[in-house]
Design a protein around this ligand. Structure first.
Ligand SMILES: *Cc1c(COP(=O)(O)O)cnc(C)c1O
Length: 368
């Protein structure tokens, strides 16, 4: 790959294929694969990622909001798309674009049925989301009777799947809690299948659920972070490849004398002769202010350079006193070796947050 000449996010589609195949290798051959491409495919590029995964034969996509699904349809994606967190306001658009809603409450179900009927739909696919302990979104088991009264009357919709979401699938200390969530979901699935007279597709596992709870794969799994190269566990990280490398460049080098200050509010004062490099990436690009003042670091010519002073909107300054480098040299903010997880952990954050913060103004470059 050529050296970066400006700030870019490189995306390695071969790594994506590797990750897709690695997750698939954990599944039974008839388990469906839903790829989660919400939030611009975890800060990369939802359209390019979805196109590539569609070519690899993925069964389903999920996004969080309706407009994310619309963007995929506009780009020509044909695979079914589950919208995890739609609002009644979106239902007309959702139907027009053949997007499939997660129905997470009785209120949302009533609204959707009314709009599906108004739009003369028959057997429109919906996905019933049940709460089994995350207490975030979902119908409760106690609402099954009210759900079924509405469903049986409604010809406009058809329950395509039943699903739930695990709260702590990456946390071995919460194994008992997770097993209980799985048990509860099985009970709900049985009750609902009896009411419906058929068994819809069942799914409960995100990435860590897939890796840690093979008994919770059911008919489909929903993988996000693993596709992008992270497994929430050193053991799985070793088998996955981060797909995104955030690169930038040294715009200018300064030499500070003892007592000189650097950046806004003079947050850094040199105690010795200090060489600094100014880089064209800042909090507007996704490098939060919390990385400033020696918390976060980047790599230049294989050496670690700490961010010093405050993070600006479009710039950071890093300490290169002991690094041999020049203006124009490439800088790695995160990538396969200095990972997003590694950088995020310096401010007690997680790969998910750092990746999804990657601003839309950074150019994406794809490698196949
Ligand atoms: C985001 C999300 C996922 C994907 O989780 P990963 O840990 O990234 O695999 C799966 N299911 C739901 C409901 C989600 O919101």
């Amino acid at each position: 790959m050529p050296k970066a000449e400006e700030t870019i996010l490189e995306i390695d589609l071969k790594a994506l294929k590797h990750n897709f195949e690695f997750v698939k290798s954990k599944l039974k051959s008839d388990t469906k694969f839903l790829a989660v491409v919400k939030a611009f495919a975890y800060g990369s590029d939802a359209v390019e990622i979805a196109k590539y995964l569609e070519s690899l034969g993925v069964d389903y996509f999920a996004v969080a909001y309706t407009d994310e699904g619309v963007a995929l349809r506009e780009a020509g994606i044909q695979t079914p798309i589950l919208v995890l967190h739609p609002q009644p306001k979106n239902f007309k658009t959702l139907i027009k674009r053949r997007l499939e809603p997660s129905i997470y409450s009785l209120r949302v179900m009533e609204n959707f049925i009314a709009i599906a009927k108004e739009n003369k739909q028959k057997d429109y696919p919906i996905h019933l989301k049940f709460n089994t302990g995350l207490n975030r979104l979902g119908l409760n088991e106690t609402e099954i009777n009210s759900v079924s009264t509405q469903l049986i009357l409604a010809e406009s919709i058809k329950v395509e799947s039943l699903f739930s979401h695990l709260a702590a699938s990456e946390d071995e200390n919460e194994r008992a809690f997770t097993l209980n969530q799985i048990k509860q979901f099985k009970t709900i699935a049985k009750k609902m299948s009896n009411i419906l007279g058929y068994e819809p597709v069942l799914h409960q596992s995100n990435t860590s659920g897939i890796f840690n709870y093979p008994d919770a794969h059911f008919n489909m799994v929903r993988s996000g972070i693993a596709l992008y190269g992270f497994g929430n566990d050193a053991k799985f990280n070793r088998s996955l490849k981060p797909i995104a490398t955030l690169k930038t460049i040294i715009s200018q080098i300064h030499t500070l004398k003892k007592g000189d200050s650097l950046g806004y509010n003079r947050a850094f004062i040199a105690t010795n002769l200090t060489k600094t490099a100014t880089l064209p990436i800042g909090h507007a690009d996704g490098i939060s202010r919390q990385y400033g003042n020696k918390k976060g670091f980047v790599f230049i010519n294989g050496k670690k350079a700490h961010i010093i002073g405050n993070v600006c909107m479009d710039m950071i300054m890093v300490d290169i006193t002991n690094i041999s480098c020049q203006e124009g040299d490439e800088v790695i903010v995160f990538g396969p070796h200095h990972t997003a997880e590694n950088l995020a952990s310096s401010i007690h954050s997680i790969s998910y947050e750092l990746l999804t913060n990657t601003s839309q103004r950074i150019k994406r470059v794809f490698y196949r």
